[in-house]
Design a protein around this ligand. Structure first.
Ligand code: FAD
Length: 342
């Protein structure tokens, strides 16, 4: 019997495993893939995220950026700062580092183990059955914990993406280009040896994703990739219930990706941090697990709600680049989240 079973070992699940294991909680982490595994993701997150960990992320950071270039048609705007703003990682290495650190602290990790069913404390997988006092859904948009928990809502908003990692140098800047889709953007993120290039938008605005993606590559004279990834994941749309009975949801399983930027890594880890606090209080002092909901209501939902309002306003405004220029102070505030200590 485990204290906690975490279903999914992306940044949400593996960081929760780390936070709990280092506090002597008996934790099992499961993932359906064998690790290290490829994950379609541009891999950008605010530098402040490092403050959640007491080990360096340096080993997996490929680039640090202190500027960003925004484009729409002929217009462009550069956000230039005198301090580091974002780190870029390759998710294969980043996710694996978090798992290694969790294992070092005593977490048991079983990869290649797909969770098929949850029945109270019982977790039925493709290989074995486990029992856990608390069950955490960290399986991203397809989270089985979310689907099996009858009280959890259906995901309200999805983001469709098409992307590729292309071994190509020749770009210095992080580029966001709003010319290719409504209510979304194209990105070009230069990493150590390759470019992450992609498009992301609500599915209704990215119907001809393949054709639009090819146009983006041709316009920027980027070689056509061998492999293209199509992936849809949830973003925040409204406040919702994230704990029910002995289960709770974190990261994309809880739809906590930022609706205006699409970034989900930071909130995945932030929600894991909040969940770790609530779980420890529950196991040690009997405080209801729903305390996690109160923490999310206080520390995550207000900013996500604001971000959703901004997304709606921003994309209905025809002068995208001018809006960014005027909104620079707000943009700075949004890209530099306050490190969380509770
Ligand atoms: C193309 C693209 C680009 C992106 N770029 C960025 C970016 O630059 N910055 C950013 O912050 N965010 C970005 N995101 C979003 C980011 O990838 C997600 O928000 C983040 O991965 C969420 O982490 P998570 O741990 O909640 O879920 P995930 O990373 O999706 O991890 C879930 C894990 O659960 C496992 N799993 C699922 N179901 C089961 C099951 N039944 N049994 C066992 N295991 C299971 C999966 O194998 C997976 O490993 C991007 C997303 C995409 C698609």
């Amino acid at each position: 019997m485990f204290d906690v079973i975490i279903c999914g070992a992306g940044p949400a699940g593996s960081s929760l495993a780390y936070f709990l294991a280092k506090n002597n909680i008996n934790v099992l982490l499961l993932d359906k893939f064998r690790f290290p595994r490829y994950k379609p993701c541009a891999g950008a997150f605010p530098v402040e995220m490092e403050t959640f960990f007491d080990f360096p992320l340096k080993k997996v950071i490929e680039k640090t950026y202190s500027s960003m270039l925004f484009r729409k048609g002929e217009r462009e705007f550069r956000l230039q700062l005198g301090f580091p703003l974002a780190y870029l990682v390759n998710r294969k290495h980043f996710d694996n580092l978090l798992i290694e650190k969790a294992i070092e602290k005593g977490c048991i990790f079983k990869d290649g183990t797909e969770v098929l069913k949850i029945k109270g404390e019982r977790i039925i997988t493709n290989s074995e059955e486990f029992r856990g006092t608390i069950i955490v859904g960290a399986g991203g948009g397809s989270s089985i914990v979310r689907r099996d928990g009858k009280r959890f809502k259906k995901i309200g908003m999805w983001l469709k993406t098409i992307s590729a990692d292309i071994p190509y140098q020749g770009f210095k800047d992080i580029i966001f280009d709003f010319s290719y889709t409504k209510s979304g953007y194209a990105w070009i993120f230069p990493k150590r040896d390759e470019l992450s290039v992609g498009l992301g938008a609500p599915p209704c605005h990215l119907r001809d994703a393949g054709i639009t993606f090819e146009k983006l590559l041709v316009d920027y004279a980027i070689p056509l990739p061998e492999t293209i990834h199509r992936f849809t994941y949830p973003t925040f749309s409204s406040r919702e219930l994230l704990t029910w009975k002995n289960t709770l949801l974190i990261g994309d399983a809880a739809s906590l990706s930022d609706p205006s930027t699409g970034g989900g890594i930071y909130n995945a880890i932030r929600s894991a941090y909040l969940a770790s606090k609530a779980i420890q209080l529950h196991l040690r002092k009997g405080i209801p697990l729903s305390y996690y909901q109160r923490l999310v209501n206080k520390y995550l939902f207000p900013k996500l709600t604001l971000s959703e309002c901004l997304r709606r306003t921003f994309y209905s405004f025809p002068f995208t680049i001018q809006a960014l220029r005027i909104g620079k102070p707000l943009l700075l505030k949004m890209t530099r989240p306050n490190p969380l200590k509770i």
